[in-house]
Design a protein around this ligand. Structure first.
Ligand SMILES: C[S@@+](CC[C@H](N)C(=O)[O-])C[C@H]1O[C@@H](n2cnc3c(N)ncnc32)[C@H](O)[C@@H]1O
Length: 260
């Protein structure tokens, strides 16, 4: 994906991803995947931190539909933070949602201060999974949950040529790790009741439908936010992604763990 200055998600990229996945959503499945992730968890009245809160759709969903008392969205990119804050203001939810621009690294939150650490498809940008798991454990109150979706690679060896090609095409600073490494990181941090669910079978089907939209009936809609060359670049990314979905090497997962 093309970049502007230091940012991996410039405005045209945000608008493209929202056209693909819905207003305020920059990752596959939108509200339905959020529902799956939160299944069985008590969100109403809770304090939630959303790591990599993106365009703001998820913090708004957590406050508005799930009744979270307070959502702190953390993101590193200025354009993204401005985009999300504007959306939160339009939704009139500034009293319950705070979008903070942060530096990569430990969360600027006190120990044992939140009920749920949430993240959707953002931890892929954070290479040190062990430090992140330890920090999530630190900020959670006892009994709180770390619940996330992320983009994983099935092994911790060198990426296959197909995977290397896909990662290069994304050009998004991906730091992918395996399900085994995520599990070890969660265990080492102290989490219990850990589960990981492979979403490859779901997303490899959906990705084909997305490619069909990019190349076919949906193309004109995408051309309102990207020019022809940029859209063709996206088609190349989706084609490369489908290769590594089919091999199973690219394996988005849902995972969760509880702080005892
Ligand atoms: C694919 S988007 C997902 C956004 C949102 N969670 C969603 O699903 O719509 C990834 C987000 O992670 C943010 N990000 C990248 N590195 C980060 C870091 N170290 N800490 C927090 N957010 C980060 C990016 O700026 C971007 O907004």
């Amino acid at each position: 994906m093309s970049t502007t200055g230091e940012e991996h998600y410039p405005q045209d990229s945000i608008l493209f991803l929202e056209k693909m996945w819905g207003d305020g959503f920059l990752s596959p499945g939108g509200p339905e995947e959020v529902r799956r992730l939160l299944s069985g968890l008590d969100v109403a009245g809770r304090t939630i931190v959303d790591i990599g809160s993106g365009a703001g759709g998820i913090p708004i969903l957590l406050a508005d539909r799930y009744g979270a008392a307070s959502v702190i969205g953390l993101d590193v990119e200025a354009t993204m933070v401005a985009h999300a804050r504007a959306k939160v203001e339009r939704a009139g939810l500034q009293d319950r949602i705070e979008i903070r621009r942060v530096e990569p690294g430990p969360m600027p939150l006190p120990d044992a201060s939140v009920d749920i650490v949430f993240s959707k498809d953002s931890i892929v940008h954070i290479p040190d999974k062990e430090a992140l798991a330890a920090d999530a454990f630190r900020v959670l109150k006892p009994g709180g949950w770390f619940v996330a979706s992320d983009w994983l690679i099935f092994h911790d060896g060198e990426p296959s040529p197909g995977m290397a090609d896909y990662i290069a095409k994304e050009d998004l600073d991906f730091g992918m790790a395996s399900p085994a490494r995520y599990r070890r990181a969660l265990e080492a941090a102290g989490f219990v009741d850990i589960s990981l669910t492979n979403r490859n079978p779901w997303y490899r089907t959906v990705a084909r439908e997305e490619l069909a939209r990019l190349e076919g009936a949906g193309r004109d809609a995408f051309l309102t936010v990207l020019d022809e060359a940029a859209l063709d670049e996206q088609v190349g990314i989706w084609r490369a992604m489908i290769v590594v979905f089919d091999s199973g090497e690219h394996c988005p997962h849902h995972f969760r763990g509880r702080k005892p």
